[in-house]
Ligand binder design. Structure first.
Ligand SMILES: CC(C)(COP(=O)(O)OP(=O)(O)OC[C@H]1O[C@@H](n2cnc3c(N)ncnc32)[C@H](O)[C@@H]1OP(=O)(O)O)[C@@H](O)C(=O)NCCC(=O)NCCS
Length: 150
C-alpha cells in the first residue's frame, strides 16, 4: 500500500475532481449511463467540502464524494486514477470516509453497487461491506457496521 495524503476539497479543486471522475467513469458508459458522469465541475464546486481528495505528492490520484444518508453514511463517485490502482488508494479513501461518518456519530455505511461490476463488488467486499437487499434497477445495497472499529 502506498500512503496518500487525503484532504477535503475546496471550490478551486472542482474542475480537477470532475475531470478525474469523468476520466474514470467514461469507459463504463458503453454499458450503462454511470450516475457519476452527472458530476460537472459546477456541481462539484457547489458541494466541494463533501469531497475527499487523495494526493501522491502533487498528483491527484483519487477522489470520493461522501454524504450522510438516512440509511447510513454513503459515498459515490469513488475514482482512482488508472496508473495508481491496486496500491491501496481506494482503501484509504474509503477509510477516510468511514472516519468522517464516525466523527458525525454514524455507525453504519451503506452503498448501492451495480450487480454487473464484479471488480467493484470485490473491492467493497474486501473492505467488509456485505450485500443486504436489492436496490432496483440492477443494484444491491451493501452495508458495513463501523461502530465496532478499533
Ligand atoms: C474500485 C476502485 C475504487 C478500487 O481502487 P484501488 O485503489 O485500485 O483499490 P485498492 O488498491 O485499495 O484495493 C483493495 C482491494 O480491493 C480488491 N480489488 C480492488 N480492485 C479490484 C479489481 N479490479 N478486481 C478484483 N478485486 C479488486 C482487492 O482485494 C484489493 O486488494 P489487493 O490489491 O491486495 O488484491 C478503482 O478500481 C476504481 O476507481 N474503479 C473505477 C470506478 C469504480 O468502480 N468506483 C467505485 C464505484 S462507487
Amino acid at each position: 500500500m502506498i500512503p496518500v495524503r487525503i484532504r477535503q476539497a475546496r471550490a478551486a479543486d472542482a474542475t480537477s475532481v470532475a475531470d478525474l471522475v469523468h476520466e474514470v467513469y467514461r469507459p463504463f458508459a458503453v454499458g450503462f449511463r454511470p450516475t457519476a458522469l452527472t458530476w460537472s465541475g459546477e456541481a462539484v464546486r457547489a458541494c466541494a467540502s463533501s469531497w475527499l481528495l487523495a494526493h501522491r505528492e502533487d498528483e491527484l490520484v483519487g477522489v470520493v464524494h461522501q454524504t450522510p444518508d438516512p440509511a447510513g453514511h454513503t459515498l459515490d463517485a469513488l475514482a482512482v486514477s488508472v496508473p495508481w490502482r491496486r496500491r491501496g488508494v481506494g482503501t484509504q479513501l474509503v477509510a477516510a470516509v468511514e472516519d468522517r461518518a464516525l466523527a458525525l456519530g454514524r455507525r453504519r455505511m451503506v452503498i448501492a453497487l451495480r450487480d454487473s461490476l464484479g471488480a467493484n463488488i470485490e473491492f467493497f467486499t474486501s473492505l467488509g461491506y456485505r450485500p443486504t437487499q436489492p436496490f432496483p434497477p440492477a443494484h444491491h445495497l451493501y452495508v458495513k457496521e463501523i461502530g465496532a472499529r478499533e
